[in-house]
Design a protein around this ligand. Structure first.
Ligand code: AMP
Ligand code: GLY
Length: 425
């Protein structure tokens, strides 16, 4: 197959590595990609935000499948333009992508589909925010409505900080004040063709910047999969996945279909397992980053087959995706100052030595160069690299990942040292 992947981060690199792992049967193109992706796919020049340009490119080059990685082109309606032209696209159209693009839209769909989620109040003024705080109590959860690259949510006991956060976003529209939910978080991905869904293996993301879940929220500092502790609460991972499929994924997909806006792509359910049961905290309309980096290396079913089936409405003919018994962890290496003010443009060294550690792969999130032979690879963003390690157990995979990280040099870089530490005990 000729596959065009849109995006430039570690998620897209992980998708491309999974497609590559199937063998040499595919020609893989990526726009715009990064320095790591350039080693595994052909970078092409087409603006991922311009639907007409993507459609024209796919047409001209005989692309069989377009895979849209990030949320921005989805919310901008790029999938609609390409799909209308008859080209298979993995990624929802503008309307269904509102599940991620608008927290208020997501709440409405969940209500209509009776999906369990936290109680939330829409507040359009500071007075309404204060009233909602009084009503729901501390800790306070404030969510900006639109896309905010992981920065739109604050969870805090500090009422003043919560109010300041709300006031920052209020000029752009109402915010959601949500009931505080407590329990472990799980990210569960579903492939959807608009009608049928197929679940992938669960993962857990580490959203806070520093060890011990301290510091600001980030796009994600690490992840691991599978989640062995799910079996304690649900009997087995399969039982958990079955419950979420039945109570969350299928009702949402059916609801969107009934509204004439089918969800074709990756439905990401962000869940909290509260003492009262599973609750949805967010949906995303694309693969999670960094969770994808630990889910796809464990996938045994060919990814291209699943993505194409979702894009062409034939997921029903596909088996349930199979996963290896190996575990996977990923640790994100971030630039100095991430997430507030990442320092970019610094050289990265030691990648070959890091990749030489058994079971380790390096996935690039924000890299460029070297432009000249003998030149340096440089960091171009906040989250720079993901070290991914697989192993027979978490202690094993952690040892490999951190050994590899120790071999990478990037001035001022930071990473968490406690990814999958508890589950490894
Ligand atoms: P979101 O962008 O909606 O995933 O929120 C970012 C993070 O905030 C989540 O991963 C949770 O850790 C936390 N969070 C979101 N909603 C709630 C909630 N209702 N109660 C407690 N924590 C929450
Ligand atoms: N890891 C969180 C996200 O992809 O939104």
């Amino acid at each position: 197959m000729k596959i065009l992947v849109l995006g430039s981060g570690a998620r897209e690199h992980a998708i491309i590595l999974a497609l590559r792992a199937e063998g040499s049967a595919h020609e893989i193109l990526c726009a715009p990609g990064n320095a790591g992706i350039a080693q595994d796919a052909t970078l092409v020049e087409v603006d991922p935000m311009d639907g007409s340009a993507v459609r024209a490119f796919a047409d001209e080059h005989g692309v069989d499948l377009v895979v849209i990685g990030p949320e921005a082109p989805l919310v901008a309606g790029v999938a609609d333009v390409v799909r209308e032209h008859g080209i298979p696209v993995f990624g929802p159209g503008r309307a269904a992508a509102q599940l991620e693009g608008s927290k208020a839209f997501a709440k409405r769909i969940m209500e209509a589909a009776s999906v369990p989620t936290g109680r939330a109040v829409r507040a359009a003024t500071a007075a309404e925010v204060e009233a909602a705080f009084d009503d729901l109590g501390a800790p306070y959860v404030v969510k900006a409505d639109g896309l905010a690259a992981g920065k739109g949510v604050i969870v805090t006991d500090d009422r003043e900080a919560a109010l300041a956060h709300a006031q920052h976003y209020l000029p752009h529209g109402p915010v959601l004040i949500e009931e505080f939910l407590t329990g472990p978080e799980v990210s569960l991905f579903f492939l959807s063709d608009g009608d049928t869904v197929r679940a992938l293996s669960p993962a857990q993301d580490f959203k806070r910047a520093f060890d011990g879940d301290e510091g600001p929220n980030t796009g994600g500092m690490g992840a691991y999969s599978p989640l062995p502790w799910l079996a304690e609460q649900f009997g087995s991972e399969a039982a958990f996945v079955e419950e979420v499929t039945r109570t969350v994924a299928l009702p949402v997909v059916k609801q969107l279909d009934s509204e004439g806006t089918p969800f074709i792509g990756l439905l990401y359910a962000g869940l909290i397992l509260t003492p009262a049961g599973v609750r949805v905290i967010e949906f995303n309309a694309r693969f999670g980053d960094p969770e994808t980096q630990v889910v796809l290396p464990r996938l045994r079913t060919p990814l291209s087959q699943l993505l194409l089936a979702a894009a062409t409405g034939t997921l029903e003919d596909q088996p349930q995706p199979e996963f290896s018994d190996e575990v996977a962890i990923t640790v994100v290496l971030a630039s100095e100052g991430y997430p507030e003010a990442p320092q970019t443009g610094r050289p990265i060294e030691g990648l070959a030595e890091a990749a030489a550690v058994e079971g380790v792969g390096i996935v690039h999130a924000a890299t460029a160069g070297p432009d000249a032979p003998g030149g340096n690879l440089i960091a171009t963003g906040g989250r720079v690299l993901n070290v991914v390690a697989t192993g027979s157990g978490f202690a094993d995979a952690r040892a490999r990942a951190y050994e590899a990280l120790g071999r990478i040099r990037l001035d001022g870089a930071h990473h968490r040292t406690d990814i999958a530490a508890r589950v490894a005990e």
